[in-house]
Design a binder for this molecule. Structure first.
Ligand SMILES: Cc1ncc(C[n+]2csc(CCOP(=O)(O)OP(=O)(O)O)c2C)c(N)n1
Ligand SMILES: [Mg+2]
Length: 595
């Protein structure tokens, strides 16, 4: 067997043993050994392979698969610019703590820096964004390679999962492959290339003690880590049940007038924060990607409540507990800065954009039942939320049938258990629309890019295995139109992508550049209308497209679950911005102090 084939087969086998069930591949020649090994593993039912032409889409597909499943996903490219196209997804994975194994084919050292074709410097290409970078070295027919490749793969998985230290994230293995790059029919190698008996990994990741709330990736670890029979307790230095290291019982020190801010967070952190808030009667401000469902202590339309002048002065919290990473709203940022904040760490990092946090906690604290409760605190916040919702409904009912916040409401109502939302105005509309119990909302909030979102949604839908909805702005959709390219042999999810087509970036109309004095430049350099015919674009990839113009048409379109589909709703960007201003003004009146 030639060395490149041996490396590829061993690597793929060890990834499967380590818990990898999904791999993404883009075509290329230097990566051929990996392509053959992945194809064989897919045919043998050991993993599921997804092939995508565009590496940027491939990277985000891997991200979506990993985000929804909590398992590490491998993505494989050839050498050269192909590798750079993974960079956006690598950055998002790094910042949103998603386990990803990036395998880039490279030229062997003798061909680097020689002007050889399709060769760039791939060493440390993703810089500090990866948890681990290894230039694996060119495989050679000599003893010891099997142990090296298998041991290295196990290290890569452990780093990606962040189980032993740090947070989950991407790792990069650069593979300098020498020709021949195709299997030669010879199965001999100078030593056994087998893995451990019983299909076990070369180096077992023994389960750490159950992680505290707020520290683990979504379902990561437990899903992927092989359990060593009987070994669990040996690895757990914490007294069973005490959990003191992971769940500090400082909750009882926190004042009765605490507010919980729940940003983009993993499900375990959200669940712990909601439990605690319920026990103590604390209002919770939850961003959509916290997936807080319909928790009893949630404040409806919190962004509008907090933005009402004077509201915060009349409802000043004594302390803020920040869980996950809030990024969506300036009003929430002002809330966080309005009182001393306790911030729950996320895998060695924590969210504190205002630099005002007074304490960082390793996990969401537990309530032990001793803390004081102020019976009027939660009702005061929730009734403000109800006042705002009444105002919102009155305004929306009086206007056109299908404005953007209504679309978000309809999408939430129609969603099964998974919704992916684009990082522009749609995620903010969802903040207003609220959520439903049992609905998981995923958004690329790590770096909040509008890139790769169609592919992220497709990856999440594939991992989810059930009907999935996505709500994206038109620019977000167009940015990853290549995400719709799906070859005939590829696994197909049931994914309906709802596009809010306002012919440009509505969100900029809500920011300073949309304000008075900038009108001359605004439309061309911020609004960026494109006039793309989305039906024609979808037709190019044979993706079914439906145009919905009324609330009823949207409902009908959302009731269909069948493969990848696009539902377009055309809205008016200027009207959307005007409606947002109207909402804020009406809420300000309704919540004016003294009313
Ligand atoms: C990759 C990337 N480029 C640029 C931006 C800046 N950006 C933020 S929102 C936005 C416009 C989004 O427009 P659209 O998706 O149509 O949503 P809308 O605000 O119109 O609802 C842009 C360009 C970004 N976040 N990511
Ligand atoms: Mg738009």
């Amino acid at each position: 067997m030639n060395p490149s084939t041996a490396l590829a087969r061993v690597l793929v086998d060890e990834l499967v043993r380590g818990g990898v069930t999904e791999c993404v591949l883009s075509p290329g020649s230097r990566s051929a050994p990996l392509a053959f090994a992945l194809h064989a593993a897919d045919a043998a039912g050991r993993l599921r392979l997804h092939v995508r032409i565009d590496e940027r889409s491939a990277g985000f597909l891997a991200l979506g698969l990993a985000k929804a499943s909590g398992r590490p996903v491998a993505v494989v490219t050839t050498s050269g610019t192909a590798t750079a196209n993974l960079h956006p997804a690598v950055l998002e994975a790094a910042h949103s703590h998603v386990p990803m194994i990036v395998l880039t084919a490279d030229r062997p050292p003798e061909l680097r820096g020689t002007g050889a074709n399709q060769t760039i410097d791939q060493i440390g290409l993703y810089g500090g964004a990866v948890r681990l970078f290894v230039d694996v070295g060119t495989p050679e027919a000599r003893p010891g390679q099997n142990a090296y490749w298998r041991g290295l793969t196990c290290r890569a998985l452990a780093s990606a999962l962040g189980e032993l230290a740090g947070a989950p994230g991407p790792v990069h293995l650069n593979l300098g492959l020498r020709e021949p790059l195709v299997p030669d029919g010879d199965e001999d190698w100078l030593e056994a290339l087998d893995g451990r008996p019983g299909g076990l990994p070369w180096t077992m990741r023994v389960q750490p003690p159950a992680p505290g709330h707020g520290t683990a990736a979504p379902g990561a670890g437990s899903a992927a880590a092989p359990v060593v029979p009987g070994a669990g307790s040996a690895a757990a230095p914490v007294v069973p049940g005490a959990g003191s290291a992971a769940t500090p019982a400082v909750a009882d020190d926190l004042p009765a007038r605490t507010v919980v801010v729940l940003g983009d967070a993993v499900p375990a952190a959200t669940a712990a924060a909601l439990d605690l808030a319920e026990a103590r009667g604390w209002p919770v401000i939850a961003e959509p990607s916290a997936s807080a469902g319909a928790g009893l202590t949630l404040v409806a339309a919190a962004d509008l409540v907090l933005d009402a002048p004077g509201f915060l002065d009349g409802h000043r919290p004594a302390r803020i507990l920040v869980v996950g990473r809030p990024t969506l709203s300036r009003a929430v940022g002002r809330l966080v800065a309005s009182a001393p904040a306790d911030v729950v760490a996320r895998g060695g990092d924590w969210s504190d954009a205002s630099r005002l946090a007074t304490r960082v906690l390793p996990a969401v604290p537990r309530a032990d039942g001793a803390g004081k409760v102020d019976a009027s605190w939660l009702p005061a916040w929730q009734s403000a939320g109800q006042v705002v919702m009444t105002v919102v409904h009155e305004l929306l009912d009086a206007g056109p049938d299908l404005v953007e916040p209504v679309m978000a409401q309809e999408v939430v109502a129609a969603a099964g258990s998974l919704l992916v939302v684009g990082s522009s105005k749609p995620v903010r509309d969802l903040f207003l629309a609220g959520s439903r119990p049992g609905l998981r909302v995923l958004a690329n909030r790590g770096v909040a890019g509008i890139d790769g979102t169609v592919s992220t949604a497709m990856g999440a839908a594939l991992a989810h295995g059930g009907p999935t909805l996505a709500l994206l702005g038109d620019l977000t959709f167009l940015h990853d139109a290549n995400g719709l390219i799906l070859g005939p042999e590829e696994p197909r999810p049931d994914l309906t992508v709802v596009v809010v087509n306002n012919d440009g970036g509505a969100i900029f109309g809500l920011l300073e550049q949309g304000g008075p004095g900038h009108e001359a430049a605004f439309e061309r350099v911020f609004g960026t209308p494109h006039r793309v015919d989305l039906a024609a674009l979808c037709a190019a990839t044979r993706t079914p497209h439906v145009l919905a113009s009324t609330r009823n048409e949207l409902r009908t379109a959302l009731a269909v679950v069948q493969g990848v589909r696009v539902v377009e709703v055309r809205t008016d960007r200027t009207a959307a911005v005007a409606l947002d201003r109207q909402l804020h003004a009406a809420v300000a009146r309704a919540l004016a102090p003294g009313r």
